[in-house]
Ligand binder design. Structure first.
Ligand code: FPP
Ligand code: MG
Length: 317
């Protein structure tokens, strides 16, 4: 990941400037609040995907790649402000979340403003395919949150419903990153679709890994261990536990993380999670082989390996 980031360093810096300009133009107190929200970026995996895929040709439209990466990061920032309201979460990236800092009303409004500015960035690309795909992703994110809430209220959560949730709330945006990169690179339709499917598969594995991180095997800056579970969300280990043993995660609320992990190993939950995650990563690797055969593909492959390693850590090693 570090080598990949070095390759696209200028792109990352320039898109960061585009993003911060959206805060600078905001009136009054909104400016500082926008700065606070957008300063808390993690590994910028979404921008990294846009830029790596955009390098799969030698005639990249760099401006479009940078504007779409900035638009997608800002859309992500906006969605997290809203997500922290929905999840009633106090922490984000190890700091007070937007709602715990400003209250729910203000967090929703600052998120709305960030969302509107992200659309502005997409429009500035003057590429209708980019505007369309980012707009589509924002509809998917919202539909995903609605579906997640419905699933948490369902007495009989199903695999199909779970896959639909993680596709909509997470994989759709990572798919959009790769699609924007492919558009900026001017790839053929077949290569663009393979890139989008790569992003989709990567995104499905990414959310499954995020679900496993909730178990608390390694420190998570975004939330204390078992937050999803205490919020009644149906995540990957909870669904597998129910399917394999008929038990609920709440049955194990009193035991330590180490005990929980060994119970999940013994019941086959972690083995099945490993295999589902690997299926997605292997499918992503197959899509990668349909994308242009340029050296930058090595960096996309290394993102898959990093995620494989992280998910092993999330299951306690
Ligand atoms: C974090 O996932 C949340 C998302 C990936 C999507 C949130 C989307 C919305 C709130 C709706 C759309 C909003 C806009 C502005 C279009 P998570 O809850 O699994 O992860 P976490 O552990 O980081 O909370
Ligand atoms: Mg959430």
């Amino acid at each position: 990941m570090e080598a990949a980031r070095e390759l696209i360093r200028e792109d990352l810096e320039s898109s960061w400037e585009l993003l911060t300009l959206q805060s600078d133009g905001a009136p009054g107190e909104l400016c500082e609040r926008m700065r606070f929200l957008s300063a808390r970026q993690g590994k910028r995996i979404r921008s990294t995907l846009v830029f790596l895929v955009s390098r799969l040709s030698d005639h990249t439209d760099t401006i479009s790649a940078r504007l779409s990466a900035a638009a997608i990061e800002l859309l992500h920032v906006a969605s997290l402000a809203h997500d922290d309201v929905i999840d009633d979460s106090d922490l984000r990236r190890g700091e007070a979340s937007a709602p715990s800092r400003w209250g729910n009303q203000m967090a929703v409004l600052v998120g709305d403003y960030a969302f509107a500015r992200s659309m502005r960035l997409a429009i500035d690309s003057k590429r209708s395919e980019i505007v369309e795909t980012i707009n589509h992703a924002s509809c998917c994110l919202t539909a995903g949150e609605v579906a997640e809430l419905d699933l948490s209220r369902s007495a009989t959560p199903t695999w199909d419903a779970y896959r639909e949730v993680i596709h909509l709330k997470t994989a759709s945006l990572l798919e959009t990153c790769c699609r924007c990169g492919a558009i900026a690179a001017g790839l053929s339709t077949l290569q663009t679709e393979a890139s989008a499917r790569f992003g989709h598969r990567f995104g499905m594995a990414f959310q499954m890994c995020d679900d496993l991180l909730d178990l608390g095997a390694i420190p998570n800056l975004d939330k204390p261990a078992r937050t999803d579970l205490s919020n009644g969300l149906v995540n990957l280990p909870a669904l597998l536990l129910r399917e394999l043993t008929g038990k609920e995660m709440s049955d194990f609320a009193h035991i330590s993380t180490a005990e929980l992990l060994s119970t999940l190993e013994a019941t086959g939950v972690l083995g099945k999670a490993r295999s589902l995650l690997n299926d997605e990563l292997d499918a992503a690797e197959r899509e990668l082989s349909l994308m242009p055969n340029l050296p930058v593909r090595i960096h996309l492959a290394s993102l898959l390996e990093d995620l494989r390693d992280r998910s092993i850590e999330a299951m306690g090693g």
